[in-house]
Design a protein around this ligand. Structure first.
Ligand SMILES: Cc1cc2nc3c(=O)[nH]c(=O)nc-3n(C[C@H](O)[C@H](O)[C@H](O)COP(=O)(O)OP(=O)(O)OC[C@H]3O[C@@H](n4cnc5c(N)ncnc54)[C@H](O)[C@@H]3O)c2cc1C
Length: 301
């Protein structure tokens, strides 16, 4: 029986592991991706994490993981498919065919990318990760769909590899920060396609173009790849049967301490209700949850 089951080894889960180790709690970090460090691993450059400007996302994730490892954190590879509460008030997690038990849970499973939801969005050449797949489009033409920081960051990154980047956004204005908007507007090989929705991804087996509905007029743009950055959905399938757990828009409702509507169950990082989904806030949540779990455990000792 563990004191704390930490689900996910992104910034939130790894920060929770560091704080749990320092509180001398018996904790295990359960992660479905081999050596995973969460979404940040596929980010080319993180410019806003305090004290480490311009850090590569993969390297930042490795630093987080090494820190947890150095403090003796235990890891278990596997996907958590269901979490339930026992009559005694403990938790069981079904992990790739076995059951792991803990007195508390810190749920830090993050989010998944939202799909376009149109015909052809499963074709080869539709990607959610510019950093992972960008190199396949050297000298080619690509489309990026979205209007936030991720979409604009992807467009800029791809503009250094591809000959031409179409940035397709359903509104006139962007939700991204002003610096990056300026950089995108000044990039000579990025063409903005605004007030436009992708209505189909075209191609036989692999992407050959996109059909775009621009305020009622249909336009076809020939592209070799489509990079989708239109937001994300919380990874909450594993807690769907956890009785009494309050969600808001699919995100787990938690207070500043990480406490949820289920006693002993804490939520950290992108998977919970919050104002800002970033590495720094995920790490802060992980720390708060571990301290909260430690305090909760102390009450019954
Ligand atoms: C392209 C991109 C660029 C970004 N750039 C920045 C940036 O520059 N600066 C910044 O601060 N933030 C950035 N972010 C946001 C940042 O990555 C997230 O806010 C942060 O990673 C959230 O951390 P997390 O630990 O909550 O979740 P995640 O990083 O999503 O980690 C969740 C982990 O849980 C695992 N998991 C999920 N379900 C299960 C399960 N059922 N069982 C076991 N394991 C599971 C996943 O495999 C994953 O490793 C970016 C995100 C993206 C996608």
């Amino acid at each position: 029986m563990y004191d704390i089951l930490i689900i996910g080894s992104g910034p939130a889960g790894l920060s929770a592991a560091v704080y749990a180790a320092r509180a001398q709690r018996k904790a295990v970090v359960i992660e479905k991706e081999y050596m995973g460090t969460g979404q940040i691993a596929v980010t080319d450059r993180v410019d806003n994490y305090l004290g480490l400007p311009g850090e590569n996302g993969y390297d930042l994730g490795e630093k987080f993981r090494s820190h947890a490892v150095a403090l003796g954190a235990e890891f278990l590879d596997g996907e958590v498919t269901a979490i339930s509460k026992t009559p005694e008030g403990n938790f069981t997690a079904a992990v790739s065919g076995k059951t792991v038990e803990g007195r508390t849970v810190i749920y830090a499973a993050g989010t998944v990318n939202r799909r376009l939801g149109v015909e052809g969005d499963g074709l080869s050449g539709v990607s959610y990760c510019a950093v992972c797949d960008g190199m396949f489009y050297k000298g080619k033409t690509v489309a990026v769909v979205g209007g936030g920081d991720t979409a604009l960051g992807d467009a800029l990154y791809l503009s250094k590899l591809a000959d031409k980047v179409y940035l397709i956004h359903r509104r006139e204005g962007f939700r991204a920060n002003k610096t990056i908007v300026g950089q995108v507007k000044n990039a000579p090989n990025i063409e903005l396609v605004l007030n436009a929705k992708v209505s189909r991804v075209l191609g036989e087996g692999k992407v050959a173009g996109v059909e775009v509905d621009q305020q009622g007029s249909i336009r076809t743009i020939d592209v070799d790849g489509v990079f989708t950055a239109i937001g994300s959905l919380p990874n909450t399938a594993a807690v769907s049967a956890l009785e009494g757990l309050a969600l808001d828009g699919g995100y787990i409702v938690a207070d500043e301490t990480g406490r949820t509507s289920v006693e002993g169950f804490y939520a950290a990082g992108d998977v919970r209700t919050k104002h800002l989904r970033q590495v720094i806030t995920a790490a802060a949540d992980g720390a708060s949850c571990a301290v909260s779990a430690d305090e909760y455990l102390s009450l019954s000792e």
